[in-house]
Design a protein around this ligand. Structure first.
Ligand SMILES: [Zn+2]
Ligand SMILES: [Zn+2]
Ligand SMILES: [Zn+2]
Length: 84
């Protein structure tokens, strides 16, 4: 994954839902977590089991943010396949 960003991603929800868990909801991992911006699901990154990706594709909630939220958090859109 490069750091190319796309302008004009239309998938980012107007309101980012707060994380509803402190660990991956599927496997319990507590590091490199991703937040589903749409519903607050917390899942692990693709170098682990990829539970965040599975949720994003399965639920059609394409936009994830890296946790913890803050200045260093990034936003990835699985529909655009890009940082947004
Ligand atoms: Zn998008
Ligand atoms: Zn997981
Ligand atoms: Zn979701």
């Amino acid at each position: 994954m490069g750091m190319t960003r796309v302008a004009g991603c239309e998938h980012v929800p107007a309101r980012i839902t707060e994380p509803r868990s402190e660990s991956c909801e599927e496997c319990g991992s507590r590091h490199s977590l991703r937040l589903c911006s749409t519903c607050g699901h917390v899942g692990c990154c693709e170098s682990q089991r990829g539970d965040a990706r599975a949720h994003a594709l399965g639920e059609e909630h394409p936009v994830v943010k890296s946790l913890p939220l803050g200045d260093r958090s990034f936003t990835w859109c699985y529909a655009c396949n890009a940082y947004v």
